[in-house]
Design a protein around this ligand. Structure first.
Ligand SMILES: NC(=O)c1ccc[n+]([C@@H]2O[C@H](COP(=O)([O-])OP(=O)(O)OC[C@H]3O[C@@H](n4cnc5c(N)ncnc54)[C@H](O)[C@@H]3O)[C@@H](O)[C@H]2O)c1
Length: 358
């Protein structure tokens, strides 16, 4: 029987590469689409070619397409030729701060690129599940309106309704999103609309902090990956505002991939899920420093700037109740300690590979 085909955009990035590898291991034929825009966005440290090479060298069933999601006719042509059984759209301009400097590239990639893929999917693979990697920034900074308590190392919700975190009914408008958040809102609503209007099996995954060893972490994107990189290399990490007590919930890319497998196996239409590490995998920046220090034995060098990033969340924890209810059996399988350990080990391996080849 011929292998099923999946199209994964952003296949050289953190989520795209993890999803590609996951489906390759399940025996699928994977077509990855990526043009290394991350290097254009963030410079050499954001370069994802190493990950593209790794996939191509490790798997015969991986085919790379050097294509830009903004290239409408290219996307239509690829979808027509492949008619994939599933689509995972993980290509994006992913940084809040960078978006304000490149608003056209940001919107064209995040919003228009998503429309290109959705419409191509409708024309050539309308019955195939379509998963969009969305973000918790669709809620803008409205989560900052929740009353908070200050604890020794983190901010904590002071309203019991949010003990489990923020769920999918949280409002998405009338708050500050950053231009990135706004372009992702457009993509998120469009993916929902293709689900509801055309009855296509679409799903938006509103990510918390997605992380793992395959991230090409840079200061503007890739929280834990960049933080561990600074620790390992003895670089100074800059903390922006909120006393360093801002809370993120971290999910390993493997757990994202296992959920995507579950959705593709049993899809809904126009679905929305918050997908982060939940309370169990949450940490503040100060707490993340302790994790990194414990792992490497090196003290974290950092400076504090008393100015928060525009629209930055003070405390964000994803409520995973809906996803657990709809997909029983799926859950977070990799805890924070293991996440740090994996990122740390991969970073040490990559830096020794670089010094061997230098
Ligand atoms: N990493 C996180 O913390 C996080 C959190 C919430 C949501 N998300 C979302 O998840 C998705 C994946 O994030 P990631 O961390 O894997 O990002 P990433 O930057 O590691 O991967 C994205 C990949 O897309 C490629 N790409 C970018 N623009 C492109 C274009 N125009 N055409 C073709 N390829 C292009 C990049 O080269 C990169 O390899 C994104 O939609 C992001 O917004 C990520």
């Amino acid at each position: 029987m011929a292998a099923k085909t999946i199209l994964v955009t952003g296949s050289s990035g953190l989520i795209g590469s993890e999803v590609s590898e996951h489906f390759l291991r399940l025996g699928w034929s994977v077509h990855g689409l990526d043009n290394n825009m991350r290097a254009t966005f963030f410079g050499p440290e954001g370069d994802t070619r190493w990950n593209q090479r790794r996939l191509a060298e490790s798997y015969n069933d991986f085919v790379h397409h050097e294509l830009d999601v903004r290239d409408r006719s290219g996307v239509l042509e690829l979808m027509r030729a492949l008619r994939p059984a599933a689509i995972v759209h993980a290509a994006a301009q992913p940084s809040h701060d960078l978006a304000a400097r490149i608003p056209f590239d940001d919107f064209d990639t995040n919003a228009v690129g998503t429309l290109n893929l959705l419409e191509a999917c409708r024309q050539y693979a309308a019955a195939s599940p379509f998963v969009l990697m969305s973000t918790n920034k669709v809620y803008g900074d409205a989560p900052n309106e929740i009353p908070l308590r200050e604890l020794e190392t983190r901010w904590e919700y002071a309203d019991d309704r949010f003990t489990n975190g923020i769920d999918e009914s949280f409002r998405i408008d009338q708050s500050k999103h950053s231009l990135f958040g706004a372009s992702k809102v457009a993509a998120d609503i469009m993916a929902q609309e293709y689900g509801r209007y055309f009855d296509m099996p679409t799903c938006c995954l509103r990510g918390g902090c997605l992380t793992g060893p395959a991230h090409s972490g840079v200061e503007l994107h890739g929280f834990l990956s960049y933080l561990v990189k600074c620790n390992v290399e003895g670089r100074k990490y800059t903390v922006y505002g909120y006393k360093g007590k801002q809370v993120r919930d971290n999910i390993h890319s493997h757990d994202v991939a296992t959920f995507i497998e579950r959705f593709i196996g049993s899809p809904g239409a126009g679905q929305v899920y918050n997908l982060g590490g939940g309370r169990g995998n949450s940490c503040s920046i100060l707490e993340a420093f302790h994790f990194a220090e414990r792992m490497s034995g090196r003290e974290m060098m950092y400076e504090y700037v008393d100015r928060n990033r525009e629209g930055d969340h003070v405390c964000y924890i994803s409520d995973l109740s809906k996803i657990r209810r709809d997909y029983p059996g799926w859950d977070i399988s990799i805890d924070l300690d293991s996440i740090f350990e994996q990122i740390y080990r991969a970073m040490m391996e990559r830096s020794s590979e670089v010094s061997r080849s230098a």
